[in-house]
Design a protein. Sequence first.
Length: 343
Amino acid sequence: MNLTFKLLFLLVVLLTGCAREQKEVVISGHYSGQPRERIASTATVNGVVHRYFTDHAELCPEGNFTFTRITDRPAFVNFLFYGAPSLIVEPGREYFVELFFDPSQGFEMDGDFCDIQAFYNAFNHQDPRACIYEYPFDISNYQAVNKVLLADLQKEMEKIDSAYNAGMLSQDIYELIKTDRQLYYQVARTVVASANYLRMMAGDRMVPDEVFEIWEDALTAVSTDNPWFFSSLRAYDYLLYTYWHHIYTDPDFDYDEFVQIRAEKRETRQVITHTLDRAPEIFSVAPLEFFMAAYIADQYAIRQPHNELPGVIADFATQYPDSDYLVFIERIREEVEEGEDGM
């Protein structure tokens, strides 16, 4: 019996080791361009990605780097450069990438990629919240912009379907890419609708029903129950505009009162808390946890000063003591506190 137990134990250890290796992705490469000390990229957290859930790889003097990610299915890894396409990785594989970045020339990613990566890279990867079709500069013709976005989405869906039917994409990669591109364009549509809503409310207050129809249609296009939803870098953006759609369409919503309250909350350093207090009425369990963590990370990146964040993070840690996102959120708290100590 003792020998049998030892053999079984050894078998479990060996199988565990194999499983770990099969889930490991090794990414190495070379960076050139604007000098920097390290390369930041998104970390995979149970298949979930967010632009500020990251790890860093130190650069050797020659510009070389290596890092690993753990995933049990195809996933995206995104290098934090504006307009950068995500790297599609599969468990148990190794990848070599050439990265180049210069502010005057932009970002380039190259390597010994398979046809799948080249296929994905050919799509538009400009941030849909900022630059696609230049709608921030002329958003008034929202009908035309929405029409173009839907047409481009349809073209991409047809290309993805054709690639899958031709045997170029596995079922998992097909679902991953298709969900990602759906979210990309639906986020763009929500930005068009929300930007027009705010523009109109700041002006004559006449918001056509069509603006809300575009927004609502975009937000019903992709479900959070989709098993690949949180694998897209655009998942957080989609939830963020879901949040604001809920706020603005609440029957009891008063625009002037809301603007005044937000101004007061900013003054008293409570605006993040004010936002998160409404989140539980909008999202279910898994989307809620992700949204709260991602929103905290997003606010750390874009909002100054950071006085409110330590308390918000402490509340999140109390509410989600076993959250996989805590490693990133606690890192933010440490950085905030280090910054305060250095003042």
